[in-house]
Design a protein around this ligand. Sequence first.
Ligand SMILES: Nc1ncnc2c1ncn2[C@@H]1O[C@H](COP(=O)(O)OP(=O)(O)OP(=O)(O)O)[C@@H](O)[C@H]1O
Length: 748
Amino acid sequence: MKAHSGEVGVFVRIRPTANFSRDIIECLPDGQTVNIHHKKDTRKPLDPRKIQLSSWSFRLEGVLQDVSQEEVYARVCRRVVLGALDGYNGTVMCFGQTGAGKTYTMTGSTESYKHRGITPRALQEVFQEVQKRAEHAFSVYLSYLEIYNETLVDLLSSLQGSAHPSHRSMVISEEPGRGVFIRGLSLHPVHSEEDALNLLFEGDMNRIIGSHALNRNSSRSHCIFTVHIESRSRTLSDAKYVTSKLNLVDLAGSERLGNTGSEGQMLKEAMYINKSLSFLEQAILALADRRRDHVPFRQTKLTHALKDSLGGNCNTVLVANIYGEASQTEETLSTLRFASRMKCVRTNPAVNEHMDPAAQIKKLKKDVQMLKEELSICNTLVNRPSALHEPLSEAQLAEIDSQVQRYLEGSLKEISITSVSQVRAVFAQFKLAVHGQEQKVNARLCQTYNLGEKDQRADATAVKKWDTRGSSEEIETGNTNRPSSTRAKTQKSKDKQSQSKRQGEGGPRLEREQELEEPDPDSQDTQESQPHGKEPFHPDSTPTKAEAFEDFKLGRGSKLNRILKENKAVLLERRSLHRQLTEEVNAVKRNIDCTTATIQQHRDTREGQGRYSDLEREPDATLLMQLRDLKILYRQRYEVLHDIKAEINYCQHLVDQCRVRLLSEFERWYEKYFLGPEEDLETSMDNTLEQCEDNQLLPESSGSESFHNARYKMLKRRNTRSLCFTPVQRNSSSRSEQRRLPQIPPVS
Ligand SMILES: Nc1ncnc2c1ncn2[C@@H]1O[C@H](COP(=O)(O)OP(=O)(O)OP(=O)(O)O)[C@@H](O)[C@H]1O
């Protein structure tokens, strides 16, 4: 078989019989080809000449005729099991007519260790491998699902205290990363082969066995026994782990309705089985057809449950069970056709790798610890104070705040960098400052700068901040612009001096402009020329913003204010020029219109007189000259007007910029001395994650002991439940008998 390869592995197994029909079923010596020679319409040979002999050839992965259960397992299943332990999903399923040997192939005889089937052998191999692969920690879980008349039945629910197999609240679901799973189906952890066999036999006992015309013990349901495997490396401490599902599927008999001779309940069962198998066939056809995007998996429970087990990333193997007798040729042909279609399905097996978040956190914590230790060594080597990676204390944060403020004001040349946490805190302060500025400027511009309105709350905050912050900052900075009464006085007198000086230099005279939103700075000029009789700021009374703004324009913001005024003056001048020019241009235009009209009038008059020479037809030359000169003048004036308009736009832009700058500077200044920044709140979260303990799976198993122990227990359980109990010989040790069944977790 070709596990890990690109196509489904398909085998045909012929049920041994004394009446093997060699002339119909021909197995070629290559061990892979079976030819069917079939005489059509043999039952009603009305016209012997019409009887046709048809032949079909089926080339498969292998033809299993007269081979032992051991060989079947080795050729069909071993590599799928090993693949599952490596993280590949695997599916082995038996398909065929009722009584053709599907259950014998999958489960085999429960009475004979030698004749046990694929499933118990797979469980044995799983646990042998688990023991061998000591570098990995494996977790193995089992589930056993039966699909009977489109109803899902949990064959292991009896182990959870339920008297009967449960089919309540089970639903087929799909989740990304998890694939298809049955919500509500019990999942049982197993730690040894014997545990696993216990569950297998328990489930088998619960299978619905119906009497049937063709086979008295024929099972009329589909059964999916799933081994869920999870493997984590014991040597590599990474968070990766792999999971896989090994589905061992025993399908219900595939014979057509007419052949069963069923009635009533049997007929109903047969109809369900036919329906699900025919949808299975449709799904297989769709899977085999690479041009088809959609595969109808959801049409029946069987195809939906097997959605990720029929192709895709799964190692899939099909055993087509057929009879050797001539009487079953029709069904044999049908089974082989299905098998050859299944062979066309492509697979692309992939390891199901996952990341364990808990393990990842554990690893990252370890990395952090290691890095901290390394950092501490580096700190020691360069004589740097340690614990720089610890969160900053309140005092440290306050110091950073103060440094940033001084840096922004220009009184501090550099902020000394000592740690990454400190860099972060510095950036946070910058962000806060920028954010505060933006907010204030925007708010101010939006509200058309309503200076008369008092913000009582801001005033109150300002007074508070004043009291708590003022004195220490003054000592620290030594150059603060905080307008304490004395400081404001000094600053104002200095500003006044510089202002008078600038005015003496002959700056442009300002004119009042209605468009300006802030109070006209001209009025301040007037005030400025008078001695400042009032003290603008008092520690016990916060100034209104209007008062503060006036003071700001005289002091710290005087330079900006002056530039603003100058720009506004230029703007006004240009506007005035623009008005003048517009009037001129309009006058010229009116002249042009007037002259044009006169010329036209002259022409009309001459035309009305009737007789005139070509020369006479021409209008007055003086008028024409006049019109030409006017047009030239108009063009010249218009160009100048255009340039002036561009200048006005530019000046307006400068004025706007100055205004925004003045306001933002003022806001920053006002906020610093009267409001103060908002408190930066930091929250920290404690993540408490429980560490996962590795499961240890070191089962004791060897040979047939587990098989017999499990079988004995199954029979004992059956006896307890007053079902038919037949004592059989057993080969068990007392030690094994004392073992308890695996613990069953609540339904997940
Ligand atoms: N390869 C084989 N060697 C020996 N006995 C076999 C073999 N195949 C089938 N049998 C026997 O044939 C009988 C019917 O087989 P089995 O129950 O496995 O058929 P089935 O296909 O599972 O039928 P159903 O569809 O009803 O489940 C059983 O008694 C079984 O032991």
